[in-house]
Design a protein around this ligand. Structure first.
Ligand SMILES: [Mg+2]
Length: 258
């Protein structure tokens, strides 16, 4: 008990110190990221949301599989924070007091240490069993193909091969890769934690943070687009703070009070 109490005091001190007006990049990250990572790693609500999403997706597959289709059915999944949990990478950035860089991200990916998102493995195995093809369309750099393949295969994900894993070569928009899948597949579902995982139109966050565009597709959520929670990072940040991650004062100025 005493140890836990000391841990809590330490955590409070870390939070307090990180709110102390120092506006170094590391400080900004710890202010904006700590609660989000805690929620992602420990809340039963996070796990419930993942299970809810994959349950809905599973039902859509079961309902669709017996119909007449002139093309093979496919489901497109994002990888990070969709099938792989990279929250330890965010913890490492906070520990080091640093912010995201491609080098640090590559170091983490090369460890092949990400665990599966709750419900993701079971969902992909069901898709395989139903005869539905899976494609993993991710904005991990193509340089990370080997480590990504190994990580997914070690966890037992089906379709984890060079034909079905489509990483970023030039454009971060996923539209071109999705179009190539559409040539010989009917895409049943798209699953991801970022709206860009569904359609390139969502990459533009200028109009009410992207919500105006989002509302045009409102009937597709839960039937064609399955969204997973990710409070740690994402394109939403760019919509709120186009200049990059803010410090505490900028966040407070932005937030809606009573
Ligand atoms: Mg993602």
């Amino acid at each position: 008990m005493r140890k836990t109490g000391t841990g809590i005091v330490m955590l409070i001190m870390i939070v307090f110190l990180s709110c102390g007006g120092n506006d170094s990049k590391g400080d900004k990250d710890s202010v904006t990221g700590m609660q989000a990572v805690l929620w992602s790693q420990f809340s039963a609500e996070a796990e419930a949301l993942y299970l809810q999403a994959f349950n809905i997706a599973s039902q859509v597959m079961r309902d669709s599989v017996d119909g007449n289709h002139d093309k093979s059915l496919a489901v497109i999944l994002d990888i990070d924070e969709t099938v792989l949990d990279n929250s330890p990478f965010n913890v490492e950035m906070m520990r080091k007091g640093t912010s995201y860089s491609e080098e640090l991200w590559a170091e983490w990916c090369e460890l092949r240490a990400a665990i599966a998102i709750p419900g993701a493995l079971e969902f992909t195995l069901l898709a395989e069993q139903l005869g539905i093809d899976l494609f993993y369309v991710s904005n991990r750099s193509v340089k990370l193909l080997d480590s990504t393949l190994d990580n997914l295969n070690e966890l037992g994900f089906p379709f984890a091969d060079t034909l079905h894993i489509m990483l970023k070569k030039e454009s971060s928009s996923k539209d071109v890769r999705r179009a190539s899948i559409r040539e010989d597949h009917k895409i049943l579902l798209l699953i991801g934690d970022n709206l860009g995982d569904f359609d390139g139109v969502f990459d533009d966050r200028s109009d009410e943070y992207g919500k105006v565009e989002l509302r045009k597709f409102k009937d597709d959520f839960g039937s064609k687009f399955i969204v997973l929670p990710n409070p740690m990072y994402g394109s939403w940040e760019r919509g709120v703070f186009p200049e990059g991650r803010p410090g505490k004062e900028e966040v407070l100025e932005k937030l809606r009070g009573y």
